[in-house]
Design a protein around this ligand. Structure first.
Ligand SMILES: *[C@@H]1O[C@H](CO)[C@@H](O)[C@H](O)[C@H]1NC(C)=O
Ligand SMILES: *[C@@H]1O[C@H](CO)[C@@H](O)[C@H](O)[C@H]1NC(C)=O
Ligand SMILES: *[C@@H]1O[C@H](CO)[C@@H](O)[C@H](O)[C@H]1NC(C)=O
Ligand SMILES: *[C@@H]1O[C@H](CO)[C@@H](O)[C@H](O)[C@H]1NC(C)=O
Length: 315
């Protein structure tokens, strides 16, 4: 009996060897297929030829190196102008599915009832019934997203006088909302880093991570599309429909619409983001950037708030 087992095992080894020998010419192709799969799943960049350049020992990598290995540096997003004044830009696929997974798992244990700043103090209020979670800025996925958003902002920020600020996740469930508010502060806040500077939120990036909900649009009551309605009653540009067609979505819905109570309302779509400029050129807040998180009828909406800061000398 044991003899038979051995023979079987030996047979298997022979069969395996033959299989490997037969498939050897295709090995590198198979490997690159496997590695592109890994690439899709984990968002890790994969060397051109994995057999020649195996992935490096992760624990011995420098932080920057780790960063470049985690981020999908080839990721591209698409932008559409929505409003020129104030500037509002819609960004398709700002955040990748693997970054979303990573951000959510990082933040999951940290969600707490959201607060707002009123009279200089952070407090809970019926105006904002969501929950939020601060994100660690040294987390690799957080860094990828902040770097990408930083790149998008170009000359709006200056080294030493601008930064991306601490990001936050915010989560809404059925009935939860954030009444009309603005992200900028009425007066710039003193930086508590001993630098004798003040700062304000120069712009906002609001990126959707989970969109399994009904209603829950983001409404800007004072925003208008760039073009005014056609006197011949033709439909407006409805935003991103072409993009959705490529994904073979049967139920084509516009990404934003003119809201019946005024302004524009954006449907939550995971991965996509809204960018807008909060401050006038003279540094004061632009009331037209007031916006609301409309109540969810059902389901779950999770978004990432990025609040880039501009600093000024304190006089
Ligand atoms: C990976 O890096 C660690 C820490 O530098 C080291 O101890 C370990 O031997 C390395 N492993 C390999 C396979 O290089
Ligand atoms: C879109 O998906 C539907 C259902 O899965 C399928 O029947 C149809 O052929 C697809 N259309 C295109 C253009 O791929
Ligand atoms: C700042 O600029 C805005 C927009 O041009 C203007 O409405 C506002 O009055 C200005 N405020 C100050 C204090 O200059
Ligand atoms: C989406 O939300 C519905 C209703 O709240 C829930 O039943 C469903 O399981 C959710 N689906 C996912 C993928 O989370």
């Amino acid at each position: 009996m044991p003899g038979l087992g051995l023979t079987k095992a030996a047979g298997l080894v022979v069969a395996w060897t033959v299989l490997v020998a037969l498939s050897a010419p295709y090995l590198s192709e198979t490997f690159s297929q496997i590695s592109s799969l890994t690439f899709i799943i984990s968002g890790l960049p994969v060397p051109d030829h994995p057999l020649a350049k195996p992935l490096k020992n992760k624990t011995s990598m420098t932080e920057e190196h780790q960063q470049s290995c985690f981020c999908d540096l080839s990721h591209s997003y698409k932008t559409e102008l929505v409003s020129l004044d104030p500037l509002i830009i819609y960004i398709h696929s700002l955040i990748t599915p693997s970054e979303i997974t990573s951000l959510l798992s990082t933040a999951e244990p940290m969600f707490k009832p959201s607060v707002v700043t009123k009279h200089g103090r952070q407090q809970q209020t019926q105006d904002r019934t969501s929950s939020s979670a601060g994100l660690p800025r040294d987390d690799p996925a957080v860094k990828c997203v902040l770097n990408r958003a930083r790149g998008f902002m170009g000359t709006m920020l200056r080294d030493g006088w601008g930064e991306m600020g601490p990001p936050q996740l915010v989560r809404y469930r059925a009935g939860q909302r954030f009444n009309v508010h603005h992200d900028w502060f009425d007066r710039p806040l003193l930086a508590n880093d001993g630098s004798n500077r003040v700062w304000n939120r120069v712009a906002s990036v609001f990126a959707i991570l989970q969109d399994n909900c009904t209603k829950g649009e983001t409404q800007f009551p004072h925003a208008k599309p760039i073009i005014s309605p056609s006197p011949w009653n033709e439909p407006m540009w409805r935003g991103g429909l072409e993009d959705q067609k490529l994904k073979n979505v049967t139920d084509l819905k516009p990404l934003w619409r003119e809201h019946e109570d005024g302004g524009l309302a954006f449907r939550p779509v995971a991965g996509n983001a809204i960018f807008w400029v909060n401050l006038h050129a003279n540094g004061t807040g632009d009331e037209r950037t007031n916006y609301a998180g409309l109540p969810l009828e059902d389901g779950l909406k999770t978004a990432m708030n990025i609040w880039p800061r501009r600093y000024w000398p304190y006089e």
